[in-house]
Design a binder for this molecule. Sequence first.
Ligand SMILES: [Mg+2]
Length: 229
Amino acid sequence: MPTARPAAVSLDIWGTLLASDPDFKPARNEMLRVALAPGVAADVFDAAMRQADRDVDDRCVRDGIDIGFTGRIEATLRALELPVSPLVERTPELYDAQQRLALAHPPRPLHVELPAAVAALRVPVVLTSNTGMLPGELMRKLLVLAGFGGYPGVFSNELGVAKPHPRMFEEACATLGVPAADVLHIGDNPDADVAGARAAGLQAELIRPDGVSTLAVLDSIVRACGASA
Ligand SMILES: [Mg+2]
């Protein structure tokens, strides 16, 4: 739990503030299957997509690289031993279809009180996120729907690197206009969020991805700010 008052806060998004709508990934994966792998059973494609997404996430965190929408679908097709060539020209159409599904099934705050708790912070806030399948352009729209609109974002697909790469945290601090040592980064991944932030000179707080844990840290910051105001 942070004891000193940070001058600014950087927040991870997935697992820290937001959870997927449970209907989104099945609908998105089915859309991709129909378009790219109609001969593959729905449950087989869904399982391959989820496994590819996890494997790519692990690679991104290990190497600090960003692999997005196209790269994750490509990994799925390769795992299913299907050709990846149709993906090239269909990417814009598939991306638009994903966006429509995401806006129809937007992510939710992990805890109902989180949007108000972030708004109550009396310090600058930036959202610092590895974007995966959902790029920053789409995340900005989804964040508004989930009650986290208006905060600046540092998104891995826009930087071309992913947490724990130090450039993600340097960009967060530059966006905040606050020296790294005075910024607290909060996230649920020990490698991407905590080790990454500390290596870049920030303070870091690891939370459990249950919403309650994030809320407790945010409340402690609000109390520290009140105590020192
Ligand atoms: Mg996370």
